[in-house]
Ligand binder design. Structure first.
Ligand code: PLP
Length: 418
């Protein structure tokens, strides 16, 4: 259980937080915080400076590079530090087009993170042809269709390693092999993968791979792009010669050092995530599906991240569920976004063919190494009552349910899952 001190209150109100939204972001681990603080307080030199005060910082940047490279089975020279997963994803799309001027087609999927999807929509407006591959009802890709969709002018195939909303894992090794045999560059957005699945970028044969540090217990504002050796790369941020000329901008030293420490911890934690966290997730999912009628899991049971479950609570609206859970100190997220007052279902669930009526009642719970059995018990003790009360007040009811006793309240605005 987390005890969160409100930064908005002079009296620092302490509130118990039951955090089940680790795919959105994660708590900075104490070891990670300890590792980065000296680089904010004492060793704040510029790593590009030639004098010792800068050079000693540059050395620690290189040590961190070795650690993140070890996490993903890469050579340290293949690591480019960026500001976030979004920058890495944008950079690779731009680079693939810039280094292959004759190729104007991107092949990706309909369920990528908005850091790929929205950049592709922008590219379409610039005249780039983009194919968004469909998924089936379980959120799985047809690899044969992917193979068939590669064209002579395909500049890049970009397929996420694991989906942030459902946890469904794509066959990255198989896709990379297809791309290699077709001589097409392959990128995978592995932002949700580290610490949960073993990553071997070299073994898989990806040309590019994205990670974001805040998903693995390091701070926000630091990410990386793996660029396979001898792969042509056009920098997205052009400026100084940092990152071996692949990304301009003075390095976020404290963030990089934190990323390195978090990578070490993630590597050591992968087994725990696959045993203890998986068991917690499975108990949560099985109990919810058994105890609450008219519920189902979105996405294939396997292959799936060990920490993620996405549940449809029919005859409810996720916004209402999340608001009630928030009152209980529970953090989870919905796959839906409400921007200008009209509720848009998640693009991932829509691509899986989930109908609007069901998609608006879906909630993602994503666990992490900090979660305990007691926290899962707390969640399970409260959700059935929350759902029952919301259903009682909802205009649409499960068959055989009694008419509404209370008018439905207006649901608040919640952001799309990240
Ligand atoms: N890709 C995936 C799959 C994600 O889940 C996220 C997180 O929101 C991102 C990319 C973007 O990462 P960042 O928040 O570091 O920009």
């Amino acid at each position: 259980m987390l005890v969160v001190r409100s930064p908005l209150s002079a009296s620092m109100i302490e509130r118990k937080t039951y955090y089940f939204d680790n795919n959105a972001t994660t708590r900075v681990a104490p070891e990670v915080l300890d590792a980065m603080i000296p680089f904010l307080r004492d060793f704040w030199g510029n790593p590009s400076s030639a004098y010792t005060f800068g050079a000693q910082v540059a050395k620690r940047v290189e040590e961190a590079r070795e650690k993140v490279a070890a996490l993903i089975g890469a050579d340290p020279r293949e690591i480019v530090f960026t500001s976030c997963g979004t920058e890495s994803n944008n950079a690779v799309l731009q680079s693939a087009l810039a280094t292959q001027p004759g190729k104007r087609h991107i092949l990706t999927t309909a369920v990528e993170h908005s850091a790929i999807i929205n950049h592709c929509h922008w590219l379409q407006k610039q005249g780039v042809d983009v194919t968004f591959l469909p998924v089936d009802a379980d959120g799985l890709l047809d690899v044969h269709l992917l193979d068939q969709s590669i064209r002579p002018d395909t500049a890049l195939v970009s397929v996420m390693w694991a989906n942030n909303e459902t946890g469904v894992v794509f066959p990255i090794e198989e896709i990379a092999a297809i791309c290699r045999s077709r001589n097409v560059l392959f990128h995978t957005d592995a932002t949700q993968t580290p610490g949960k699945l073993k990553i071997d970028a070299t073994g898989v044969g990806a040309d590019f791979l994205t990670l974001s540090a805040h998903k693995l217990h390091a701070p926000k504002g630091i990410g990386l792009l793996y660029v396979r050796r001898r792969t042509k790369f056009q920098p997205y941020l052009m400026g100084g010669h940092q990152e071996r000329g692949k990304r301009g901008g003075t390095e976020n030293v404290a963030g990089i050092v934190a990323f390195g420490r978090a990578a070490e911890l993630a590597l050591a934690r992968t087994d725990d995530e696959n045993t203890r966290v998986r068991a917690l997730r499975d108990r949560l999912e099985e109990t919810l599906l058994r105890a609450i009628p008219n519920t189902l899991r979105n996405g294939a049971k396997e292959p799936r991240l060990p920490n993620t479950t996405n549940i449809a609570f029919d005859f409810t609206e996720a916004e209402g569920i999340l608001m009630k859970l928030d009152e209980l100190g529970i953090c989870a997220s919905s796959g839906s976004a409400c921007t200008t007052g009209s509720l848009n279902p998640s693009h991932v669930l829509t691509a899986m063919g989930v109908k609007h009526a069901r998609a608006k009642g879906c909630v993602r719970f994503s666990l992490g190494c900090d979660n305990t059995a007691e926290e899962v018990d707390y969640l399970l003790a409260h959700i059935p009552g929350v759902i029952a009360r919301l259903r009682e007040a909802a205009p649409d009811k499960p068959p055989g349910a009694h008419p509404a006793k209370h008018p439905a309240s207006h649901a608040p605005v919640y952001a799309r899952s990240v």
